[in-house]
Design a protein around this ligand. Structure first.
Ligand SMILES: [Zn+2]
Length: 779
């Protein structure tokens, strides 16, 4: 933090005080000392600043100026904690009412307190600071996010919108803050309203910010014509054609929208080339990432590698690594190789042999992804050699002692024709976690909760289950019916569309949608909803999943966060009973982890990158929403998609598949552990009549590519303990879900539909084949 105008502030205070007339000598001496202290802070003489402010901090004007200067000097000398306590003391004094520290200090303190889990104090300071400095857009943004974490987000948004409406020339950045929150909430029409329809009269940057956000709003609505009109207006207002092309390409790419006149890969190429002449490095990096992803999904991996090597010299390209691009390329070659049988050897060597231990090893590539880890006794020599085919995924191993405690675990990639030595070191033994899932007594009414983990991956689940770290998912698999779904193509837009529009054979958004891969990797995901207009082309006989379920006595809530090119209905809409439509209140769209969560998941509490933190907050808030819906018992069925897991997966998968002994210490694994804990709370909020489905839309193969294997686990009364044989298509999900709440449909069966569960309360078993050694694999 660079001290700026403190000297002036203090001088102003002294003059104002002098103007009063009768000023005691003692008071003047105090003011002079504070002025000198603030000057010292300005010039970096922190020792003097600390000495001169000693004992001069209080709630008077001079005392508060002393507090600010002292606080800055403390921050500069590693005394951040003392600084925070100092300001907290001044804030708590009734004489400081209406006062708040200068914006940079306030922002620092709000963020510090949020990181310490002191959300209520942070929210109170955010409210005060934003009032004291009403023109500061940074404080405005922080006030919104901080107060939303602890209070009613709708009310906070309303209050802040009123404040902007009452200002003659509110900074454009404030309107953009509001718009971005509405986009996060899946409400692009509100975002557009917050921006206003009139372009601001202001500097070029304001104009660009406004038009760019407006373009994203229309893109989230899936309204290409309005995106194009917005860009035409921007150009008319003097926008630079090169920058416009670059931002247009990025906006469409993120929303998964297609311009019929420009194939997606070509548009990204042109956008990236045009972006070269734009000063914004974040824009250039985002376009470079998109270009690499688009090249991978188009199968042009050599060029993707070439672009990566070139751009890596200029940008971090976080989430992408050369190793992942190479892995993607070798997998593609493997798929066409004739000598698939060419195996590689792995020789596990214990650094210190231990008797009675065993190694559990992930299934070979011809086995289903959810197959149990094989268990091999570790010979007394402390060495174990195995042979493996190089597959889509690296091998995972877990080393256990005689009592079943985990001693270590890791990741190893076999190389054809080679022998690799894997050295294993013992860590502190850790007992596997076990969960006992209990339900409240039934109320005679069935609720079906569907949590769709976007990019939820069976292989990651199995690895962490083998480590004994997903006790809830483990208990759900053991007490219910599970399946490895085939998601083809493995894209969220396609998967959601097949769930929400079960009659649709294929559609515009299916064909050639390769471009969708890794859409969110640039960390710029916009979340929105489809307008009714975008559904106009839907054939009249087609009915969406929620309308069918909500046509009779039941009500069904859509919390799938469809946006842009995803045609999956209207977000947060409830249909039924009798087809009536309303909106479900969704609470906060993002919230900080609370102190208990931070203590339980120190890896998540320690996350520094703001990009990651935003998505963790979104997951926390979405699981809150799911719990609130379950507790309210006002809908019979809801399906909620945790989109942020996909974004975090792409960003951290390269790290999570790196070779070596990782002992499960990876950010992505922490996210799974967090979701597992939240699913446990959700499950215990359900009652004995209810059903819980945990599923995904696809898995993950490389940081750039999804996998066809998707999760499916259902538990509840009458659900048998079994695993569905083979790899049923994800297209069978809507029929199965409808049957679970007693609604018969002619939708595709795909071997998943549990007909016998058609009547709530039924205890008849699912007519699915039990298979202890599933033979069919996905690929
Ligand atoms: Zn993805």
């Amino acid at each position: 933090m660079r001290p700026r105008t403190l000297g002036l502030v203090a001088a102003g205070l002294a003059l104002a005080a002098a103007g009063v007339g009768l000023v005691s000598a003692e008071r003047v001496r105090g003011q002079l000392a504070v002025m000198q202290a603030c000057d010292a802070t300005d010039t970096g003489d922190f020792a003097t600043a600390l000495a001169r402010t000693q004992g001069r901090v209080d709630a008077s004007e001079t005392g508060r100026a002393a507090a600010e200067c002292r606080c800055l000097a403390l921050l500069a000398t590693g005394g951040g904690g003392e600084c925070a306590e100092l300001i907290a003391r001044v804030l708590a004094d009734p004489r400081s009412e209406g006062w708040a520290p200068r914006p940079d200090l306030a922002i620092h303190l709000i963020q510090t307190w949020r990181e310490e889990g002191r959300a209520t104090e942070a929210a109170e300071l955010a409210r005060r600071a934003a009032r004291a400095h009403p023109g500061d857009a940074g404080l405005f943004a922080l006030e919104l996010s901080t107060r939303s974490s602890v209070g009613d987000e709708d009310a906070v948004l309303h209050e802040l919108e009123e404040r902007v409406a009452q200002r003659e020339h509110a900074p454009v950045a404030m309107r953009v803050v509001l718009a971005n929150r509405w986009l996060l909430r899946g409400e692009p029409s509100h975002a557009l309203a917050a921006l206003g329809a009139q372009a601001p009269a202001g500097p070029h940057e304001d104009l660009a910010l406004w038009f760019e956000t407006r373009g994203r709003g229309f893109a989230a609505l899936g309204d290409l014509a309005s995106v194009q009109r917005t860009y035409a207006e921007w150009r008319g207002a003097g926008g630079d054609p090169g920058e416009l092309l670059a931002r247009y390409a990025l906006t469409l790419s993120i929303a998964g929208l297609k311009d019929p006149a420009r194939p997606p890969l070509e548009l990204i190429r042109q956008g990236a080339a045009a972006g070269e002449r734009v000063a914004d490095p974040r824009l250039r990096e985002a376009l470079a990432i998109r270009l690499i992803l688009s090249l991978v999904s188009a199968g042009n991996r050599p060029e993707a590698l070439a672009v990566y090597d070139r751009e890596r010299l200029r940008f971090p390209l976080e989430g992408l690594t050369r190793a992942e691009l190479e892995r993607s390329q070798s997998q593609a070659q493997l798929a066409h190789a004739t000598d698939l049988a060419r195996r590689g050897a792995l020789r596990f060597v214990l650094a210190e042999p231990r008797s009675g231990t065993r190694l559990r090893i992930s299934p070979d590539s011809d086995q289903p992804v959810d197959a149990d880890y094989a268990s091999r006794a570790m010979p007394p020599s402390g060495e174990l050699a195995i042979e493996r085919s190089p597959g889509d995924a690296p091998l995972r191993w877990v080393w256990l002692d005689a009592g079943g405690s985990i001693l270590g675990s890791g990741t190893a990639t076999p190389r054809p024709g080679e022998t690799r030595r894997i050295e294993i070191r013992a860590r502190e033994p850790r007992a596997p976690e076990r969960a006992v899932l209990s339900r409240r007594p039934g109320d005679g009414r069935r609720q079906l909760a569907v949590v769709l983990l976007d990019c939820g991956d069976w292989r990651i689940v199995q690895y962490l289950r083998a480590r004994g770290e997903l006790p809830v998912l483990d208990a759900l698999v053991r007490s219910g019916t599970s399946a490895v779904l085939a998601s083809d193509p493995p894209l969220t837009a396609a998967a959601l569309e097949s769930i929400v529009w079960p009659d649709r054979r294929s559609s515009a958004s299916f064909a050639g949608i390769v471009h969708q891969f890794g859409t969110e990797l640039a960390g710029l995901a916009s979340i929105g909803e489809n307008p009714f207009g975008a559904l106009a082309w839907v054939l009249p006989e087609e009915r969406d999943f929620f309308s069918v379920v909500g046509a009779g006595d039941l009500s069904a809530a859509n919390l799938l966060f469809a946006h842009g090119g995803m045609q999956a209905g209207r977000h947060s809409e409830v249909t039924g009973p009798g087809g009536a439509r309303r909106r479900v209140p969704i609470g906060a769209s993002a919230r900080d982890l609370d102190p208990a969560e931070r203590a339980r998941f120190p890896g998540l509490a320690a996350v520094r990158a703001e990009r990651d933190r935003v998505y963790l907050r979104t997951i926390a808030a979405q699981m809150d929403t799911a719990e609130a819906i379950v507790r309210a018992r006002e809908v019979d069925l809801f399906a909620l998609r945790v989109e942020a897991l996909d974004i975090l997966t792409h960003a951290h998968f390269a790290d999570a598949v790196q070779d070596g002994q990782d002992d499960g210490a990876r950010l992505l694994f922490d996210v799974y552990r967090y979701l597992d804990a939240r699913l446990g709370v959700l499950s215990s909020a359900l009652d004995a009549d209810d059903l819980l489905v945990v599923m995904s839309d696809h898995g993950i193969r490389t940081a750039m590519e999804h996998d066809e294997a998707a999760l499916f686990i259902v538990t509840g009364p009458g659900i048998p303990v079994t695993r569905v044989t083979g790899a049923p298509s994800l297209r069978g999900v809507p029929r199965a879900l409808a049957q679970l709440v007693g609604v018969e449909t002619p939708w595709p069966d795909a071997g998943l539909a549990p007909r016998a569960l058609a009547t709530p309360g039924s205890a008849r078993p699912l007519p699915v084949a039990r298979s202890s050694s599933p033979s069919a694999s996905l690929r």
